[in-house]
Structures are given as C-alpha cells and as structure tokens.
Design a protein. Structure first.
Length: 736
C-alpha cells in the first residue's frame, strides 16, 4: 500500500450514489468521535463497489476539495469490516443489502438474535424460522443472497485490485460460482467470450500480470480465437487465413512467425475449422462452419424435394379475387411454387404484395390440411407479421423453445432433430435478419416432410450476426424463388414507397409536398439537426399531426456524434421522459435509466426469466424493445414491459439494456413505425450506403422525415456497393 496515503476509519451511514458498472460510489460516513465526543460526518468517494450502510471501513486515500460539494475523502483503497454491533447490523440489513429482507424483518431478527444475526444468517439459516413470519424457503433465500453477496464482494475486490471492469464480475460469478477464481486465473482470456464481452487487451493485460508467457501457445491461440469471434460479430462466417494471421499479429504487436503453429494447434484441437471455400483458404470457428454446412445440406434436400398438391389452385384465385384481392401473375406463380417445393423464397420491396401473397399461401395450406407456423427473428417483427396475416406468429427463439442442455451445460433449443416441430409448413418472415446459426437451428427443427417458406426483402441490410443467409440462398439459385416487382396502385400513392423503390434503383427521392408522407428537412450542422429532431418528437408531430411521441422512432446510421443515437437518446429522454419526483431512476455507467424510458435488449439472454400473467418463461433477445415500468431501489432491480411480457433485471445486469428513443438503422430491422425521423448528419463514410438508407425508409408506415445533410443522402443513394462479408454458404449451396 502507498504509505503516502492517509487512512481513516468510519461507519457507512448511507450510499448516496453507486455506479453499478464501474463501482464508483459516494458514501456518507461517520468518523469516530473526537476528543469532545462529537461524531463528524463526511463524504467518501471512489471505487467502492460493495460497501453498504452499517459497515465499518478503513479508507486509504486523500482529502480533496470538490468545487460544489466541498471537502471529501477520495479513497484509493477500501477495506470493509463486517458489521459487529446490533446497531451496525440493523443499519446493514435495513439498507437493502439483502433483497427481500425488509426493514420490519430486520428489526425483528436483530431484536431476537442481536449481534449473532449475521452469523446465523450465514451458517444456520433454519433458525430464522423461529420468527413466525419467516418460512424455510424465505430463510434459505436470504441465506443464498447473503452468501452470494459476500462472494461477489471478494470477486469485485479482486477485479478492482487487478484493474478489471466490474461489469464482467457478475457474469463470471453466474458462470462459475465459487470456482470463479480458479477459472479466471487458469484462463484469463475466457473474459473475451461473448458471455462476458471484454476486449482482448483487457484480458491480455491481466494475463500478462499473472505471468503468462507473451509468446506462449495459450496467449497466441486466445488472440486468434478473439479475432475470429470479433469478425463473426461483424458478420463474417470465416476469415481468410492470411488476413487472420495478419490481424492477429497486429493485435499482439508481433509473434507472426509463431501464429501459424498456433493456428494449426487450434485446427488439431477442433476449435477452428480450416477449409478451401469460395476461393479462400477459410478459417472458421467450429460452430459457424458446422452451422453453415447444416444450412447448405438441409436446404439442398428441401429444395430438391418435389411436393405434389391435388388442390385446385385456379379455384383459389377466383375465391380470393371475389373478395376484392387482385392477384398479379407473379403472385400466382409464387403460390404455385410454394405449393410444389419443400423450400421456397418470396422476396420483394414495399407495396409489391408480399402480405397478400402470403395470405393466399396460408389459405392454400389450410385447405391442403397442413399445419402452419409463422415466425420472425424479433418480437417486433413477429408482432407485425401477426397483425398483417391475422395469424399467431412468434419469434424463432420462442418457436424453438429455449432450454438448458444438461449434457453441454449450455442453453439450447427444445426442438431439434430429436424433437422436431409439429408444423407441416414453417413460414419465416424478415429472413434477411437471420444469421447462419439461427437458420441452422431452425432447419434442424423441421420434421422430414415439412416445408420452409422464406419471406424477405433482399435489398435490406443483412443480419447483425454472422453470415449473409438470404442473399446467399438467392444467389445460389438452389432454392426456388419469386421476386415480386409490381408496385400496386394503392401502395404507389405513398411517396414513402415510391421513394424506397427510387432509392433502390439508384435515384434520388422526390421532395414531399404538404399532403405527402415523405419530407427532407436540411440542416447546416449536427446541433441544429438534433434540436429539430427533439422539437419534432416533443411538440411538432404530436401537436400538429396527432402522432404521439411513443409512435415516433428516431433512427440514425451511427451511434456517434451530436446527431447520432447516443447523444440523441440523452436529449430525447430529457424532453420526452424528464426526471420527476414520482419517477425512480438509476445510473449504470454513463446511462441513466428512468421509469417510463423506452429501452432495448442488446444481447441474447437465454436465462432471463419473464412473466405473462400466470405464465413464466425464459429468454429475452437482442433487439427486443420495451418500457421501464418499475425501478426498485430497495430490491436493486428494474422491470421492463415488453408489451406482452415483463422481465426484471438486477442493477448489475443493466449493461444488457440501452435507451431506445433513438436507435441505429441496423437495430430497427424487422420493425415498422407509424412515423420515422432519420438523422443524417456527420455519418461515417462506411455507413453511407444505399442499403442503410433503403432499410431506414422502409421502416416508416405513415410518415418519414429525413433531417440533416442532403449531400449525405445523395452519397448513400450512389453507393450500392455492399460491405463484403466472408461467407461460404452460397458456394456450399451451389456445390462449388
């Protein structure tokens, strides 16, 4: 310990503020009585992740003068001394240290057990049932909470001492329990896995501090795997070997001559699959290679399967047209093809009749006596599919039913080769959003005689996850497909739809008139653009057009900048859901969450429980959007309503949520909003693409307003070059 630091001892009376992501806290602390017997109260600030009211601490640090709050003690190190006296224990238990143990129970327990309360809670919790209101299950739950908190304190102290972010600590404890220390010291690089999310440099710095060999196989292999995972998160199913070795050498600042041997070792162990595909010497993470092979094999089998239908489709056209449906020849052809093949793809832009065609298909399958299941990649897309078809639709994850696999210790799906879906036909909407692993899982769940109908818009952005599934399927020519081209008269009345097709053909959109639904509002800079967007959401659209703020979605291609989603969310929260006495809020990292906020889940969490009335399930997924309906400071949790179900997050899980008043265009895929405001100002050059603009425009149902720089819009229209994704699926489908 630095001997120049001062040491003070005090009793924590109140936690004024704590950042759950990095452990920074502001504490109110009572110092020992002075010579006159008077207790002095002060503020202590610093990284103090688990100090609670009622705990006595030794703080090592220095006195500072804050310009607003005056004299404070800035702690560099905090040694926590567990509560000992009855008063200290009572302060500790009434501070909310143990979720579910409220002040009344705390008073009763301390009154009965005195200074032995915490020892009994930890070592003999059954005794707590001597209190009439305490059941055995409640006592054991308190015991588990108390022991977990003590373990988490040891873990966070370890993380703090080693300079690791506390946001990984809870995930580590949930994965390994009491074995966390052995796990992380045996392999610090496990923190780079998707379950934890640390950068390689964070994990590597820790590993080197533990004495790992800079040129050792463990470090080199971990760096290669990190590069493959990083590129998978950028959409690549594989990375060419030469580029992989070059990128890894850059990550490690050397050791290029040893990396070839490390790559071979990973191939020998089965962690990496290496093959020649699509003209490249490709390196895959094993799970991605397996998924790609599965998709190719199963789609080829389905596509080659010819299905004989005795139903008179010509009779079906007459029945639909008598109900004032007008079926174009290409729509009729799509239905015939869907009825005749085991796999079929229906594509087309807005207004081309995909929904009508899908309804005809559903009616045909009904009359053929086939059981259909409708699915989409996200909850929002599934809800939209259900509204358009008047049929029940669900997410792919919920269709397959997430469950824990005891043999692998990982989350998987109930429906697979051994337990296939009962459906005779599975219809998948928004297929462009589906990555190769999810498509593999869906195909594995189909029974032998099932059919698969893929529906989507091939001109939209590809999936956030690895692969280029819909595009690869269409380009391979293996799966029978029909692209709807005709824009129907009613749809053509919408300038949104006309401009979407103009953009898709490389033409600048028309400027809207007062009666139109598409407008461009130029602004000279990001500040004025952000101010206009805020005004449109808060006043102009609600007051002048009757569009409520919760029916408006702000989009941007980028998170960065004053007119990017990160800053816009702060600005929009302040005007659409301002702080108020009757609204609880909490801060995680740099983000303040407030009751009433619109938020989005940003990673798949297969374990998070949700409830819907009496129904309970698990799994909340990347892209799910909801509203914060409750923040409970005592229980240290936050509840989000996802329209038809609610999920509760402990405060240390809030890294899985982000504000969604504004979101990136990528995150908006599969959704439709009454009104969309697209921010186009200071967009990074790689994001100035036609597919991003087209995807944004096609999210709007009644109104689209583009705010920003028309030159950036022109650059997007002119840039039809897709960002390259390394994928071998097209080649595998084509048998190359």
């Amino acid at each position: 310990m630095d001997t120049s630091l001062l040491v003070i001892t005090g009793l924590v009376k109140r936690v004024v503020y704590r950042n759950e992501e990095n452990g920074y806290a502001v504490l109110t602390v009572d110092l020992p009585a002075n010579e006159k017997g008077k207790t002095e109260r002060t503020s202590v600030v610093g990284t103090i992740p688990f100090a609670m009211a009622g705990e006595r601490c030794n703080f090592s640090g220095k006195w500072i003068m804050h310009p607003t709050y005056g004299s404070q003690f800035e702690a560099a190190v905090c040694e926590i001394i567990p509560p000992e006296t009855e008063d200290e224990i009572l302060d500790y238990l009434t501070s909310g240290a143990i979720p579910g143990l409220g002040p009344a129970s705390a008073v009763t327990l301390v009154g009965l057990y005195g200074a032995e309360t915490l020892a009994i809670l930890a070592e003999d919790p059954q005794r707590l049932t001597e209190v009439k209101s305490v059941t055995l299950s409640k006592a054991m739950e308190w015991n588990a909470q108390y022991l977990a908190k003590k373990a988490m304190r040891r873990l966070t102290e370890f993380f703090t001492a080693n300079g690791l972010s506390l946001k990984y600590a809870l995930r580590l404890y949930r994965s390994f329990g009491e074995d966390w220390h052995a796990a992380i010291t045996d392999n610090p690089y496990l923190l780079t896995a998707d379950d934890f999310g640390a950068s390689f440099r964070e994990a590597d710095g820790f590993a080197l501090s533990l004495g790992f060999d800079p040129a050792g196989s463990e470090r080199l292999c971990a760096a290669i795997l990190f590069e493959l995972s990083y590129n998978a998160n950028s959409g690549h199913s594989f990375v060419p070997a030469d580029k992989l070795l070059q990128a890894t050498a850059g990550l490690l600042s050397g050791f290029g001559e040893l990396l070839g041997d490390a790559l071979e070792a990973l191939a020998d162990s089965g962690d990496v699959a290496i093959c020649d595909i699509a003209g490249e010497h490709a390196c895959y993470l094993k799970n991605l290679r397996d998924a790609e092979v599965t998709v190719a094999e199963r789609l080829r089998i389905l596509s080659e399967k010819s299905v004989i239908s005795s139903y008179d489709t010509e009779k079906l056209w007459g029945e639909f047209e008598s109900e004032e449906f007008t079926l174009a020849p290409e729509q009729k052809n799509a239905v015939r093809e869907a009825a005749a093949h085991g796999a079929f793809a229906l594509t087309g832009g807005p207004g081309t009749g995909k929904t009508t065609t899908l309804k005809v298909m559903l009616t045909l399958f009904d009359r053929m006596g086939l059981k259909t299941a409708l699915a989409a990649p996200t909850g929002r897309a599934a809800k939209r599919m259900s509204e358009l078809t008047d049929r029940a639709a669900t997410t792919i994850h919920r269709l397959l039913e997430v469950e824990y696999d005891k043999t692998t210790g990982q989350m998987g799906f109930k429906h697979n080769e051994q337990t296939p879906l009962a459906a005779d036909v599975v219809i998948l909407d928004e297929t462009s959003m589906v990555d190769v692993e999810l498509m593999s899982a869906l195909l594995k769940s189909l029974k032998d005689k099932a059919r698969l109908i893929l529906v989507g818009d091939a001109d939209q952005l590809p999936s956030v996850g690895p692969g280029n599934v819909l595009s690869d399927i269409l380009r391979s020519g293996i799966v029978p497909s029909v692209r709807l081209e005709t824009v129907f008269r009613q749809a053509n009345a919408s300038l949104i739809i006309r401009n979407a097709h103009s953009i898709n053909h490389g033409n600048m959109p028309e400027q809207g008139q007062k009666s139109d639904d598409f407008f461009v509002m130029p602004r000279p800079n990001s500040v004025s653009a952000a101010e206009l967007i805020t005004s449109l959401c808060k006043e102009r659209l609600p007051d002048k057009m009757g569009i409520a703020a919760n029916q408006i979605q702000v989009l941007s291609p980028t998170r960065k900048g004053i007119a990017g989603t990160r800053d816009l969310n702060i600005k929009l929260q302040s005007v659409l859901n301002p702080a108020a006495r009757d609204k609880n809020e909490t801060t995680f990292g740099t983000t303040t969450f407030r009751e009433g906020d619109r938020v989005m889940q940003i990673r798949n969490n297969y374990e998070l429980l949700w409830s819907k009335g009496d129904e309970v399930g698990q799994g909340v997924f990347n892209g799910d959007v909801g509203t914060v309906i409750e923040i409970n400071p005592k229980l240290q949790n936050l509840t989000v309503d996802y329209e038809d179900r609610s999920a509760t997050y402990s405060f240390d899980m809030l890294g899985e949520l982000e504000p969604a008043f504004a979101m990136t265009v990528h995150k908006s895929q599969g959704s439709e909003y009454r009104a969309v405001i697209l921010s186009l100002m200071d967009v990074p050059k790689p994001l100035l693409t036609k597919s991003i603009l087209y995807t944004a425009v096609t999210r709007a149902r009644e109104l689209l307003i583009i705010v920003g720089n028309p030159n950036e819009m022109a650059a997007m229209v002119a840039n039809d070059k897709p960002r390259k994704r390394y994928s071998g699926l097209r080649a595998r489908l084509a048998g190359e």
